[in-house]
Design a protein around this ligand. Structure first.
Ligand code: ADP
Ligand code: MG
Length: 577
């Protein structure tokens, strides 16, 4: 160590309190940034760091699988606005966690994955060392930013840089690699404390250009059939007050993307939730507020009115024009952009007087038709009869956060359960992945202190089920409902003639998921009718304690992957003939 800045350091065991290790500096750096919770799974080389973090009064939520700890950190970032922190061990632990960090990046959730890594020199020469993996370079293409710290005295800088990268501009997942020698390096305590600075303005406002605002306002104010499309970026940006003002002052109908449900209550008179096709086909101006024109919106083509014009409010300039020409981009943080737009809105809009009444009449008819699906209290339960029960309980408890994943369980639940508060619906989001359930439920409960209900397909639950034990260990107010139809999509997949193995889509229709809860001391229920489900879910939510409900469905309830068959282009028929 020839660098003069390391003159206060040694590699021998620290004599506390005069001396501290890199792990202590890490804990202090996190504390200094106001971190209250860290999610992770310990082992070499971070075990002691987790104890020291607890010693700083930070909660360490220990998981059974790093991927779920990462999903928790990502959800923590989304619901709290501050980066969630994931801590992983080297090699496989790092890779398991990286799945969630990559997913956070795609979803624009701020999180920081901090991983211990093995000694650099034998990794770089590929000489074979304990858990030797070039973690920094593996992480780089999958995250918003990646940094490595090689010396204890650089840990505070690394942590601040990681937080700034995760929170500023478009949020995302950031990877911070800290080598084992840096974690174990001993420093003079006073010198270590002197390294801590409180960073200023980690999430700076980004003001839109006045001419961009004017262009957008002109387009919106003169539109005949305008619509506003809300995305989870607007939920993350906590602009529900401004969105309400925009919608109510202009009288323009809005359509919320899945996780944007609840920014305004789903039963708002200007909600166009049930008439998405009409919006796509007929709107002449669409204002995107924190939503991307990605595959979830047919990338701006398909059903969209080809002559329609788009206004897009986003923080990331490279998002503009990525799929379709954007007529009025407004680049800035949503609070600044919406404030600027509201300041310029004219008193009178050029809207066709028939537009909103038409949308409202169509919505009313569609909503009535939809409710017919929920009416039959079918037993054995279908997704619809089970959801009719969940709807009653969740709409009576609007402050419960809903976590939702599965195939039919996702699609049908999203359509059935009205949300009335922002950031209360968390699902598989942009990649439509499975395996976010237990982690997201834990992150939501820890970050907010609120009760959580996770509505999970039986397949989806399988990815993260073991971390139900984490819910129990931390006594979190989380109720997990497993919709058991015995398979992926459904439980009636037929194996091909040449095998006696189960079909690839088949799981276990007779599985007793509730018994998993018994193993960890949760309150458990097996329900077979909508009335039983309603009673169990009400009781579980009221208990504010861990609960697991096996919701027994019919094996033939559910069909292959919702409405996106074109993504799975080989029809099963072609294989079987
Ligand atoms: P959805 O899936 O709900 O449509 P997306 O995740 O596709 O939402 O889009 C969210 C968008 O919001 C992203 O393009 C992101 O850059 C943007 N965004 C996130 N936070 C902010 C913010 N504070 N201000 C402006 N735009 C933001
Ligand atoms: Mg299933």
């Amino acid at each position: 160590m020839s660098d003069t800045t390391t003159k206060n350091t040694t590699q021998s065991a620290p004599h506390f309190p005069e001396q501290v290790t890199g792990m202590y500096i890490l804990a202090r750096a996190l504390k200094n940034l106001g971190v209250t919770d860290v999610y992770g799974l310990v082992g070499i080389p971070i075990t002691e760091a987790a104890y020291i973090i607890q010693g700083q009064g930070i909660r360490f939520v220990g998981f059974r699988h790093e991927q779920q700890a990462g999903m928790a950190a990502a959800t923590h970032g989304y619901v709290s606005g501050k980066p969630g922190v994931l801590m992983t061990v080297s090699s496989l632990g790092f890779l398991n966690g990286l799945t969630a960090t990559a997913n956070a990046t795609v979803n624009c959730y701020p999180m920081v994955q901090i991983s211990g890594s093995s000694v650099r020199e034998p990794i770089d020469l590929e000489q074979g060392t304990y858990e030797g993996l070039d973690q920094l370079n593996i992480a780089k293409p999958l995250v918003k930013a990646a940094y490595r710290v090689n010396r204890a005295e650089d840990i505070p800088t690394g942590v601040v840089r990681a937080f700034r990268a995760a929170m500023s501009g478009r949020p995302g997942g950031v990877y911070l690699d800290i080598t084992t020698p840096a974690l174990g390096q001993v420093m003079d305590h006073a010198a270590a404390e002197a390294l801590l600075n409180t960073p200023v303005d980690l999430q700076p406002a980004m003001l839109p250009a006045p001419e961009a605002v004017e262009r957008a306002v002109n387009l919106l104010a003169n539109a005949r059939k305008p619509a506003i499309l809300l995305g989870k970026g607007a939920a993350f940006a906590r602009v529900e007050d401004l969105v309400k003002e925009l919608v109510e002052r202009t009288g323009v109908p809005y359509y919320p993307m899945s996780m944007a449900k609840g920014i305004l209550p789903d039963n708002h008179p200007l909600s166009a939730l049930s008439v998405r096709s009409t919006i796509m086909e007929q709107a002449d101006v669409v204002m995107l507020v924190g939503a991307r024109l990605n595959w979830l919106l047919s990338r701006g083509h398909g059903k969209w009115n080809p002559a329609g014009k788009f206004i897009q409010l986003d923080i990331d300039p490279t998002e503009i024009d990525c799929n379709r020409h954007i007529d009025a981009p407004v680049i800035g943080d949503l609070r600044s952009s919406l404030e600027a737009i509201l300041a310029k809105l004219p008193a009178k809009m050029g809207m066709d007087p028939q537009w909103v009444p038409g949308i409202q009449a169509e919505s009313k008819a569609k909503n009535a038709k939809f409710l017919e699906r929920l009416a039959p209290q079918t037993v054995p339960m279908t997704h619809w009869s089970a959801l009719s029960a969940a709807k009653k309980v969740l709409e009576a408890n609007p402050d419960v956060i809903l976590v939702n994943e599965g195939a039919n369980t996702l699609d049908d639940c999203r359509d059935t359960i009205d949300m009335s508060l922002p950031r209360h619906r968390i699902d598989c989001a942009t990649w439509a992945i499975m395996g976010m359930g237990m982690g997201s439920a834990i992150g939501a409960a820890v970050a907010t202190g609120k009760s959580v209900v996770a509505i999970e397909g039986d397949s989806a639950f399988g990815f993260s089920g073991m971390d139900f034990s984490t819910i129990c260990r931390f006594k979190l107010p989380v109720t997990v409902c497993v919709f058991n139809n015995g398979g992926i999509y459904n439980g009636i997949g037929k194996p091909l003639d040449n095998t006696t193995d189960p079909a690839p889509t088949t799981l276990d229709i007779n599985a007793r998921y509730d018994k998993l809860g018994d193993a960890f001391g949760a309150k458990t229920y097996l329900v077979t009718t909508p009335a039983e489900f309603e009673a169990a879910l009400s009781e579980a939510v009221a208990s504010k304690a861990p609960a697991l409900i096996d919701v027994q469905l019919a094996a033939d309830s559910g069909k292959e992957s919702g409405h996106i068959g074109y993504l799975n282009p080989t029809p099963l028929m072609d294989i079987t003939v």
